[in-house]
Each structure stands twice: as structure tokens, then as C-alpha cells.
Design a protein around this ligand. Sequence first.
Ligand SMILES: Cc1cc2nc3c(=O)[nH]c(=O)nc-3n(C[C@H](O)[C@H](O)[C@H](O)COP(=O)(O)OP(=O)(O)OC[C@H]3O[C@@H](n4cnc5c(N)ncnc54)[C@H](O)[C@@H]3O)c2cc1C
Length: 523
Amino acid sequence: MSYDAVVVGAGHNGLAAAVHLAAKGWKVAVVEAKAEAGGAVKTRELTVAGFRHDVAAMNLSMFAGSAFFAEYKDALTAHGLAFVPAADCFATVFRDDTFLGVSSDLEKTSAGIAALSSADAVAWRAMLAEFGSDAPHIFGLLGAPMPSLAAAKVVWKAWRQKGTGWLYDTLRLLFASPRDFLDARFKHVKLKTMMAAWGLHLDFPPDVAGGALFPYLESMASQAFGMVIGKGGADTIITAMTSLLTAKGGELILNAPVESIRVSGGRATGVALADGRILEAQKAVIANIHLKILFGRLVAADEARADFDRKVGQFRAGPGTMMIHLALEDLPDWRAGEALKRFAYVHVAPDLEMMSRVYAEAAAGLLPTEPVLVVGQPTAIDPTRAPEGKHVLWVQVRVLPAEFHGDAAGEITARNWDDAKEAYAERALDIIERYAPGLRSKVLGRAIFSPTDLERENPNLIGGDNLSGSHHLDQNFIFRPVAGYSRYATPVKSLYMCGASTWPGAGTGAGSGFMLAKMLSRR
Ligand SMILES: Cc1cc2nc3c(=O)[nH]c(=O)nc-3n(C[C@H](O)[C@H](O)[C@H](O)COP(=O)(O)OP(=O)(O)OC[C@H]3O[C@@H](n4cnc5c(N)ncnc54)[C@H](O)[C@@H]3O)c2cc1C
């Protein structure tokens, strides 16, 4: 079988690339190892019949704000894509049983902040006003190939409009740690804590340089645009993309692990599947798979690219994550108040000290004493995911070591995830019980994915790393995934990579797949 392009992996980036190339007239096949497309964006009845759980990603705001969605919005909507907006986006619960949250209603957010510090409420509005005029430039940069003329044009235009001082301020934002940035802008520790929790969605505890950007963007974007989840499940984007792909003549081949990339004369010519089938690619093989899988397992070693392979070997993973999925009789009874039940995300990350500690313990190869919890309440926003009156809870446990030699709390004796996951999940549930007593009595069913299980589910999540590679500054921007190869080409001609391990990194923004497809189709 022969195609113009063969895409390896049906993650949302691979699908975005395939949809765009098919729309430009390319003959495209997407080959996926698993029985379902979607990679880290899947929805399943994991616990009890009738309860639909987002296995990994739940928050689709990045997809909704993406250039890919902007271009294919009508077509994707016609193919069934639907979002549900969350008016109450995210909040943090504190040890004194209070909370602070961001709602799309500015007055509501402001009132919560003003109750802590009137100066901070003014500073919040000032930051939001700046975001309004900064966002097009910042998102323009994050949505441009790196480096590229387009990126240079964004910087040039921003400089013309806003001046040198703004450029320096923005560069400082890119380099700052969450704590330094937040200390410079706000006074109250609860506000800083609420925003800093976003750093731990990536691998930025409070004092790591480069960590300020995500807390800033997530906080301001939630305030300015709100947050969205998928109607019925995050898989709404995947079912719509696969349906659009086939409507445009593309093929999706499931249960088809690619065993090797075929290379001849230094050029990728196709792929070999584990079942022996060969798919030829006339123009491009696009790997929507982790760089280390691509060059560690699928492309034969070659002395001629020893330097590149060495750098691939040095590409660092981010920390691991665990998912706990609960089917519930009712939402948690948060001590901090009924109002918390309406928030899409409740961060259980009550102070900056615990955020620093959890990262240090995980980095040292220890099970953290008190992990950060992201408690997602999708059915508070989209009740269609569970039987009437019932709920699902999506709990992401961050940040965890892929492998560990001890438990910082000195309680768990197991030394691998298969043996430790139940006990560690109990630790996470104990933490929620502290803030929402009685949670366990509401549980109708549960499913736990340790870091190891997440990698079994999606090989791209090496060691349960939900980022497909650390986002620290030395692995981001022009350094992602390897300096000199941030524009999706590889040392093998006609072999391209996209996905979370490439610029602009993890998340559901479909950026790498779409940018690569536009570069290949030249439009
Ligand atoms: C637990 C968790 C929670 C997250 N939450 C959010 C969130 O709320 N919001 C958000 O924006 N982002 C979130 N993310 C991040 C986001 O989901 C990912 O960064 C993104 O989905 C990665 O997409 P991708 O296109 O790189 O490919 P992936 O989703 O990694 O898909 C790659 C595909 O390639 C396939 N594959 C691998 N090897 C082969 C092979 N040899 N042959 C064929 N196929 C192969 C895999 O099976 C997989 O289907 C989360 C991630 C995780 C793990």
C-alpha cells in the first residue's frame, strides 16, 4: 500500500497533521498501535457502566484556542465536536478550609481576591488588561514554528507596537520562576499559591526558572476566556477528527503497532507494521511518537548521526503522574464550601512549600509524602457523563517518580508501581478526605492508573510522564526536542516528528501536528 504520507500514532497531533494534509489533497494513512485513536485524549467507561471518564486529558481549552480548531471549527462541529464551558474554572483549597478560585465572571473572581487583599484585586485586573493586549503576541509566538520567520515577525510586530521595555518584560516572564514572578506582582500568599499550582501541571515547582509562563497564561486565559471540557468526554475532539479525516479520504488503521521506519539511502520510505504489512510513504513519514521511541526503537542506529542520537539519549523526561478515576454517588462535600462543587478543577496544593517538597521528593526517587492533586469535577459542568444525579471524579496525582527507591513518608514498602499503586492511591484519597470528609462513602467504583499503567496505555507517556519530556528551559523553544531539530525535520530525510515531545510541547493545542502539516503542504 502506498500513500503520500504515513502518520505513526493517532494522538491529536498526528490526527491534526493528517486532517490538514488530506484537506490539501494528500493521500494519508494514520497507523495506531492501540485499538482506539486519541493517545492521551480518550474517554471510557472505566468504573461502572454509564460513567464516562476522561482517561488522561480533561481540560480542552488549549484545543479550543488552537489555530487548528480556528481553521477546522465548522468542519469539526459538523463531525460532532462539542464543548461545554465551565463558568467556574479552577480553585485551590487551603489548609484552613477556605478556597480561592477563578471564575469567568471577573466580578466574582475579584471579590474573592479583594477579600484577601484589595491591592491584589487591583493588580489582578491590571494583569488581565495587559493580557488582553499581550495575548495575541504571546500566543502568536507559541503558535509559530521555532525558530521561524513567522516567530521573528511576531516579535518584530510586538516590538513595533509595544516597545523595547515590553520585550524585556516579556523575556523576563519567559525566564522567571513562578515564585519570583508572582512575588513581583501580588501580595497575598493564597493568590500566589492558587496561580503557582499550574506550574506543577508541567514540571515547574515554585523556584524553577521558566515556570512563570504557564501559571500566568492559565490564570489569565481562564479569566478572559473561561475553560472548556468536551461534551460527553474529551474524546469529542478525537471522534470528530477521525470522522473528518475519513471524510477527506484519509485512512485510520487501528491495532497496528509500527515496528520500524523503513529507511533507504538516508530517506524514510515507509513503515513496517508488527504484523508484517509494509506501508510506503512517497513524501513523508510523520512520527507522532516520543522522540526516544522513534530513534531508540523504530529507526535503525546510524553512526552518521551519532551526535543527534547522543542528544536524543539525553532528552529528559518530566516527572510521572497517576490518575484516580472515581464513579460517585455525589460530588465531594468540600469543607471550604458548597461553591467549590461547581469548579472544573480544584487544586489540592495548599502552599508553595508543599509544591517545592513534592518535586524535590519525586526528583530524589521517593514517593512524595503529600502530592499535589488536581481534582477534576467534569460532571459538575457536563452532567451527561454519568447517570442522572451521579458524578465522576478525575484526580491527577502530581508529581511522581517513574521509579523509586523509598517512600518519603516511610510507610509504603513496595518498590515498584504495580505493587505500590493501591497504597499510594489511598494516600491521595486520604488527602481529599481531609478537605472533603466522606468522599470514600460516595464511591461506586474506581480505576487507578499508576505511572506504569499510563505508559502501558500510551507508550508515549514514558515512566508516566504526561509531558513527553521536561519543559524546563533547556528543553523548550528552540531546544525542543533537540537543538537544531525544533522544526520537526529529523536527520533522516522525509522523516518528521510531531507531538508533545516537540515544540510547543504537551497539551491539547494540536500545535506541532498542524504546524508541521502546513510546512509540508506549504499552506
Ligand atoms: C494524565 C494526563 C492528563 C492530562 N491532562 C491534560 C489536560 O487536561 N489538558 C491538556 O491540554 N493536556 C493534558 N495532558 C497532556 C496532553 O493530553 C498530551 O500532551 C497530548 O494529548 C499528547 O498528544 P500527542 O499528539 O503528542 O500524542 P499522544 O496522545 O501521546 O498519542 C500518541 C499515539 O501514538 C501511538 N503510538 C505510540 N507508539 C506507536 C507505534 N510504535 N506505532 C503506532 N502507534 C504508536 C500511541 O498509542 C498514541 O495513541 C494530559 C496528559 C496526561 C497523560
